[in-house]
Every structure is written in C-alpha cells, then in structure tokens.
Design a protein around this ligand. Structure first.
Ligand code: TXA
Ligand code: MG
Length: 319
C-alpha cells in the first residue's frame, strides 16, 4: 500500500532517493521518476510492465527549463508552447545529450510537457531535475484519473502517491511535432485540433496510427482495454433483451429499451469536455457491474470528443 497525501516534501524525498511516485496532472496521473537518472527510468519501465520501445514524456515547469535539454526549438512549436502551456499539450523536440537515450527509446526527439495542475507545478519547481512520467497504469490498461486508481493498480510497487484530487481534463495530453513545415498531431488529447489550428498558420495533420510501426505507441489499437467486452452500439439488434448480460455506455441519452441501471452516460449535459473528464472513470466502473458486454456510443466528433472517440475505438478493439 502506498501513502496517499498532498505533501510535496515527501514527494521530493522519494524522488531524490531514486524512487517513483504517483504524480497528479490535469490530464491523468503519472508514474514519475527523475528523467535524468537511467536507474529511475528503468524502474518506470519495469513497474508499468512497459516495452522499452515506448518512449516517455518529460515534465517540467517552464520553457526555459525545456531549452536546457533540447538542441533546437522550431518557431511554430515555441508559439504553441506559449499559447497552450502550462496545459495538456506535449511537444516533440530534438533532444540533447542530457536526456538519457532510454527516455526516448533511442529516438532523436524528446517529448516535453508543462502540466497545469498546481501541485504538479509546485513539485516541478522545487526539483532540480525534470520528471519522466507515463500514465500510472499497467501497460495497455485504462489511465488513472484519481489517486485511488493509482493505488488500486500500482500501490504495491510505490511508496507514495501525491494526491491532487480528480483530474480536470481526463484524457491524456495532445502530442504534436513538426515534420518539414507541417505540424503533426501524433495523439489526440486534452487540447482540441480546432484550438490548435486556430492558433497557428501551419497546417495541422492528424497522423493515423499504425500498429506495426507506431510513431507514438500510445496509438496502438489495443490500448485502454478494460476487461469487459465492448461493442459499437450500431451492432445492437432489437432482439437483445437479456439485460443480465448487456449494458450501455452512452454520451448524453439513455437507451429507452434498456433499464437505466445498466447504463452509464459520459455527459448528461451533452458536453464533450465533460465526456473526456468522465471517460476513464466510466471504463473502470463497468468492471464492477455484473454485465459482461457493453455497447458503446461515440460522442460528437468535435472538441475533446475526437480524443474520447479515439480512446473508445481503441478500448473496443480486441486483439
Ligand atoms: O497527459 C499525458 O501526457 C500523461 C501525463 C501523465 O502527463 N502522460 C502520458 O504518458 O500519457 P504515456 O507514457 O502514457 O504516453 C506517452 C505517449 C506514448 O504513446 C509515447 O509513445 C509517446 O507519448 N511519446 C513519448 N515520447 C515520444 C517521442 N520521443 N516520440 C514519439 N512519441 C513519444
Ligand atoms: Mg499511457
């Protein structure tokens, strides 16, 4: 069992001793360790059961800090950092020698992010090293959005979880980078494509995932798999009536033909932002329900709805 509290001093002490902690951010909780220590990074991969080919995001508190660890800052990306961070945006930048190769799985670019969660920022400002932090879930499983989720899955493996309450955004950060003069989104996330496009003259291209050679392995199709069977609601036939066996995850409206006790809605107010915030908690809640199969409705494909639909699609994918 880990200790769960909001004490920056305990968090600092654990990290300085080379240990990992549960780390709150506005998107999801991270499993954080010293990004400059190969030993701490190895612990992260081991604790998450994460394959070594899947690189880590490095967290810090300012653009000046990021500049210490990179060889170049493309103007288009500097602009987006100014506009959207601190916040749920991760930027791929050419790394320098200070970042161990193992952090980036040998890639030339390192992923940097400045989280906006006040406790995360306070911790980062108090440290003399940045924090590598993947989402604090075993590899391939749903990301944690409160301290208890981290405890449930990794509590046996870490001493301390810094408790920052429930995550406000609820889906992971949007990952961007440049290729030639274009801006690529490698993972849909907490900053919408529309918001990015409004703030830049560069053309934004959303990269389709590839399971064989993922440029951002968070794009693997089987990510976010809960242990229940998830099927698109479009495949629900009128004949099904065995409500001991089936349930529903919807956007803002219950299915009339099914008891409401079998159903979970992502946003009764019909907000894609709220749906993002509730998504991972909902995917955890169905594990405790008696039904084995859940039909899933997509949400409007706009704003954070795109990131929600992306996660739902991956959660529905069975290998
Ligand atoms: O919101 C978030 O980004 C959360 C919080 C904790 O900050 N972190 C997170 O980390 O989602 P993780 O490890 O679960 O997902 C990071 C994704 C992975 O898909 C990884 O492949 C990609 O970022 N990534 C990291 N470094 C990369 C790099 N150098 N090049 C390409 N993709 C990279
Ligand atoms: Mg993850």
């Amino acid at each position: 069992m880990a200790i769960i509290s909001a004490d920056i001093q305990i968090a600092r002490k654990e990290l300085a001793s080379g240990n990992l902690i549960g780390f709150p951010t506005e998107t999801v909780y991270g499993l954080a360790g010293n990004a400059l220590s190969v030993e701490s990074i190895l612990k992260i991969f081991k604790t998450k059961n994460r394959p070594a080919f899947d690189p880590l995001i490095v967290h810090t508190h300012s653009l000046d800090e990021i500049k210490k660890y990179i060889s170049e800052l493309p103007a288009a990306l500097a602009e987006l950092i100014e506009t959207f961070t601190p916040g749920p945006l991760t930027i791929l930048l050419p790394k320098n020698y200070l970042i161990p190769d193992i952090v980036t799985s040998g890639l030339d670019r390192v992923a940097f992010r400045i989280p906006s969660h006040p406790l995360a920022l306070e911790l980062l400002r108090s440290l003399d090293f940045p924090l590598a932090a993947p989402s604090a879930n075993p590899f391939g499983y749903v990301s944690p959005t409160c301290a208890q989720h981290v405890e449930d899955q990794l509590g046996e493996k870490i001493n301390y979880i810094l408790d920052g309450g429930s995550c406000n955004v609820g889906v992971e950060s949007t990952i961007i980078g440049t290729e030639n003069n274009d801006l690529f989104v490698y993972r849909l996330g907490g900053i919408s494509v529309e918001a990015l496009q409004q703030s830049t003259r560069s053309k934004i291209i959303v990269k389709e995932h590839s399971t064989s050679n993922p440029s951002a392995p968070g794009m693997l199709l089987s990510h976010y798999s809960p242990k229940k069977r998830l099927l698109p609601v479009t495949s629900l036939t009128d004949k099904i009536s065995d409500f001991d066996k089936i349930g529903f995850i919807g956007f803002d409206k219950y299915l009339k033909a099914m008891p409401e006790a079998n159903q979970l809605l992502l946003s009764t107010a019909g907000s894609t932002t709220e749906a993002a915030k509730n998504l991972f908690r909902t995917l955890r809640e169905i594990e405790k329900m008696p039904q084995q199969t859940f039909y899933v409705s997509s949400v409007p494909n706009e704003g954070l709805g795109r990131a929600v639909n992306d996660r739902l699609k991956r959660a529905m994918h069975q290998d």
